[in-house]
Every structure is written in structure tokens, then in C-alpha cells.
Design a protein around this ligand. Structure first.
Ligand SMILES: Nc1ncnc2c1ncn2[C@@H]1O[C@H](COP(=O)(O)OP(=O)(O)OP(=O)(O)O)[C@@H](O)[C@H]1O
Ligand SMILES: [Mg+2]
Length: 303
């Protein structure tokens, strides 16, 4: 598997002495759909800005498609498209002009077909001749996405692209990203909508306070961290703790226990055991494991 982005022992201390990244070290493979998650201030934008060469590293190095950001910044730029978190662009252009200008920056001319295709996918084609000042907030964000794609970069990095955009664009945008991913583009995204990450991404990195807390496939993160969680309410709470001896649980109230099972077999075994001891169960509620609960648990453990 070849590597798209290699982040090697990266640390960043800002001028005011604040350390935003602490020895971050991981790789994203070509063709991956990868999520970078973490609470506000975790260091996601700092890391993405470092990939784009906008933030100078204190130590460590970053390579994109084999090119080093410090020594070969222009090569990196050709292969990388970043959708920044903050919206900013020249207010004097129309949408079309802004995208042509951006293309010119990469030495690309006559790519109107591609520009129109991008706008079509982002639902912005009807605004192609509108001045960028007259776009709504969500439309401005769509233009930011379009700008990052004009040069068909191998690696596409999206820093919270769905903040403040409507359901429609979210769906359009992700469908478009899926398509680009299927065509071989590597996609890295940050989002606070964990459901999006869970649905789209094959691998997830979780950061907090400048550190990497977890890095695994979405499947493993969901599997390893929780197993099956079942909330059980017993009619007679006496003696329950004896029966739950080999099970991980927390007591919610006198009659109710939240139990963690490795798999359904373990749960069935407990049910048989309860049956034998004639303990009746009043209520059973299966709690689905989602990325949000894994995320919250990880963040809590590392408080
Ligand atoms: N130029 C700067 N100078 C000093 N500290 C900074 C600077 N930029 C960011 N920071 C600090 O670095 C930390 C990480 O910020 P960063 O923007 O990377 O977080 P983030 O994970 O992107 O958060 P969010 O989810 O809110 O976008 C924060 O504590 C922030 O205050
Ligand atoms: Mg950010």
C-alpha cells in the first residue's frame, strides 16, 4: 500500500509558547477515506495547516505523495487540495472568475468543463456568474470546496466542510467525495458530526490537546471499545451482583444495570444463568454502539 500523507513525529509550539501538537505520528494510505476527530482545540486545524505548509513545524516532517512540505512545497501544493475551516476569498470575483483564477494559480487553463462539473455536484452551478460577495454563508463554503478541487488533487483535505451547511449540501458533498474517493483520491476530513465520519470513513484518528489518542479502522473502534451494551432491569434486585460476577457492569439504580458483553453469546449465557436462578427480567434495552459513545469514552478516559 502506498502512502499518501506521512506525518512524522510532528510537534508545533506557537509563538506564544502554546504547544498545539505533541509528537503526532501516523500515515494515511492512498485511496483512504480518513477522519481526523477531536474536540475544539484538539489541534486538527493546526495539523491540516501544517500539511498545507501554512503553519511551520517546530519539529518533525510531513510528506504528501512523497513530497516534503518543507523542501518541496510547490510539489505538495499540486497534489493537495485543502478546504480550510475559515471562509476567506477575494470579494471582487464572480464564482467562475474565482475558480478560473485559482486554476491559473496551478497553471491550468481552459478547465471550464471541470469547473462546471464541480459546481454541479456542489449545487452551485446556478450561481456561477454571481459575485462571491452575494453568496450566502453555506454557498461560500461550497465555493471553498470547489476552489480546493480545481486542480484535481490526489489528496483532498476538508476541515469541517459541513459546518453551517444544509442537509442538501451535506448529502451532495459526501456523494461527490465518495465518487472522487472511488476514483482513487485520498480524502481526509474533520467533522464534529460523528455520524458522518462513521458512515464515510474507513479509518479514524482521534486527537485531544495536541495528542493522538486513537487510530484504528472504524470497525475496530466500534468493536473494541464497547462490545454490546445492554440495559437490564430486574424485578428482584437481591442477589443480582452474584450472578453478574463475571460481567462488566455499572448499576444505574436499585433495579437497573448497564451491562457490557463481549458478544451476544455472553449475553445468552447470562440469560440462561438468570433463568436457572429464577430471576425475572423486567426490561431489556440494547444500546447501540456508535462512534459518539466511543469518542466520549475516549475523551473521558484521557481527561
Ligand atoms: N496562531 C496561534 N497561536 C497560538 N495558539 C494557537 C494559534 N492557533 C491555534 N492555537 C491554539 O492551538 C490549539 C489547537 O487549535 P486548532 O485550531 O488546531 O484546534 P482544532 O482541533 O482545529 O479545533 P476546532 O474543532 O475548534 O476547529 C488551540 O488551543 C488554539 O487556541
Ligand atoms: Mg479546527
Amino acid at each position: 500500500m502506498s502512502v499518501a500523507v506521512s506525518i512524522n513525529h510532528v510537534s508545533k509550539i506557537y509563538k506564544n509558547g502554546f504547544q498545539a501538537l505533541k509528537d503526532i505520528d501516523f500515515q494515511v494510505n492512498q485511496g483512504e477515506f480518513f477522519a481526523l476527530l477531536g474536540p475544539n482545540g484538539a489541534g486538527k486545524t493546526t495539523l491540516i495547516s501544517a500539511m498545507a505548509g501554512l503553519v511551520k513545524l517546530t519539529s518533525g516532517s510531513i510528506q504528501v505523495q512523497g513530497f516534503d512540505i518543507q523542501n518541496q512545497p510547490f510539489d505538495v501544493r499540486r497534489h493537495l487540495g485543502v478546504v480550510p475551516q475559515e471562509i476567506a476569498f477575494d470579494p471582487f470575483f464572480s464564482v467562475r472568475e474565482a475558480l478560473r483564477f485559482q486554476s491559473g494559480y496551478f497553471g491550468i487553463a481552459k478547465n471550464d468543463d471541470w469547473i462546471e462539473e464541480i459546481l454541479q455536484h456542489l449545487g452551485l452551478l446556478d450561481k456561477i456568474d454571481t459575485n462571491t460577495r452575494h453568496l450566502s454563508g453555506g454557498m461560500k463554503r461550497r465555493l471553498m470546496v470547489a476552489q480546493a478541487l480545481v486542480h484535481k488533487p490526489d489528496v483532498i483535505v476538508l476541515d469541517e466542510p459541513t459546518a453551517g451547511v444544509d442537509v442538501d449540501l451535506r448529502q451532495n458533498l459526501w456523494a461527490f467525495m465518495r465518487r472522487l474517493n472511488e476514483q482513487g483520491h485520498t480524502i481526509i476530513l474533520t467533522t464534529h458530526y460523528l455520524e458522518e465520519a462513521q458512515n464515510l470513513c474507513t479509518r479514524i484518528a482521534m486527537m485531544k490537546q495536541g495528542q493522538l489518542l486513537a487510530l484504528d479502522s472504524t470497525e475496530n473502534l466500534l468493536k473494541n471499545n464497547d462490545g454490546i451494551r445492554i440495559m437490564m432491569t430486574f424485578r428482584q434486585p437481591e442477589n443480582i451482583e452474584n450472578l453478574l460476577q463475571n460481567i462488566q457492569y455499572s448499576q444505574k439504580n436499585e433495579h437497573t444495570y448497564l451491562c457490557h458483553f463481549a458478544d451476544y453469546e455472553a449475553f445468552t449465557q447470562l440469560m440462561q444463568n438468570l433463568n436457572q436462578h429464577q430471576v425475572s427480567v423486567e426490561n431489556i434495552q440494547t444500546l447501540e454502539t456508535d462512534l459518539e459513545s466511543v469518542f466520549l469514552k475516549l475523551m473521558q478516559v484521557n481527561e
